[in-house]
Design a protein around this ligand. Structure first.
Ligand code: PEP
Length: 253
């Protein structure tokens, strides 16, 4: 049985004060929902304060990115060692990082390796662009992204994958439950071939792309989907809570 996970990616939103406000709005109720891992990923500058606010609760913390070197002359970067001291998860390879910051498969692979080395759990994002989807290249694209991101990695212990079709992120145009389930099934199959069946069966694979309180049930009813990476809707306390609650209820059935 894979425990579902709902992770909120706040992206480049919230000042420290706003992050405190948002956590205070959702903390108490979020803490009471069980049967689902609840992760929030605020911007770097709010990690320390949010960590204090959720201490002793069942809410977990993640970062949105990191550099792959441990320390040194890399002005402005944040290292895996720094994060391991603050949080449990780190989003790696988000399509916005691939698109706006030129993150290649090679860079993402180095980041995944570096995160696993210090005990951080990477939430590795993969997904095809609209033109690739239209050209029927989804399988080819996600398989290629997977194999470059996981090159030279023997153990997937701690790793989580988020299938996020680029055309669904922040567009309000989510994939259908079936589409997401089919592609996640393919990803699991690829992992099974590359590693083994048991590893693939234990691996959590989330869907991400315009998940809201309205469409959550459609995704969570699918057997291959183990939760969601939520962007926009994670910035609204009530909506995020509703997504988490629905996930818990559906998966408990
Ligand atoms: C994301 O940021 O990973 C994401 C899926 O965003 P949104 O839910 O806003 O589409």
């Amino acid at each position: 049985m894979r425990l579902p996970m709902i992770a909120g990616n706040w992206k480049m939103n919230t000042t420290v004060g706003e992050a405190v406000e948002l956590v205070n709005e959702m903390r108490k109720e979020l803490d009471t929902v069980d049967g689902v891992d609840k992760v929030i990923c605020p911007p770097f500058v709010s990690l320390a304060v949010v960590r204090e606010l959720i201490k002793g609760s069942s809410i977990m913390l993640g970062a949105q990115n990191m550099y792959f070197e441990e320390k040194g002359a890399y002005t402005g970067e944040i290292s895996p060692v720094m994060l391991a001291d603050l949080c449990e998860f780190v989003i790696i390879g988000h399509s916005e990082r691939r698109q706006y910051f030129n993150e290649t498969g090679e860079i993402i692979n180095k980041k995944v390796q570096a995160a696993l080395k210090v005990g951080l759990k990477p939430i590795l994002c993969i997904g095809e662009r609209l033109e690739e989807n239209k050209a029927g290249r989804t399988k080819e694209v996600v398989t290629k992204q997977l194999s470059s991101a996981l090159a030279k990695i023997d153990s997937l212990n701690g790793l989580i994958i988020a299938y996020e079709p680029v055309w669904a992120i922040g567009t309000g145009r989510a994939a259908t439950g079936k589409q997401a389930n089919d592609t996640i099934g393919l990803i699991r199959q690829t992992i099974s071939q590359k590693y083994d069946k048991k590893i693939a069966q234990n691996l959590r694979i989330l869907y991400g792309g315009s998940v809201t309180a309205e469409n959550t049930a459609e995704f969570m009813q699918q057997p291959e989907i183990d939760g969601a990476l939520v962007g926009g809707a994670s910035l609204k306390a009530n909506e995020f809570l509703s997504i988490v609650r629905q996930t818990s209820e559906i998966r408990a059935r």
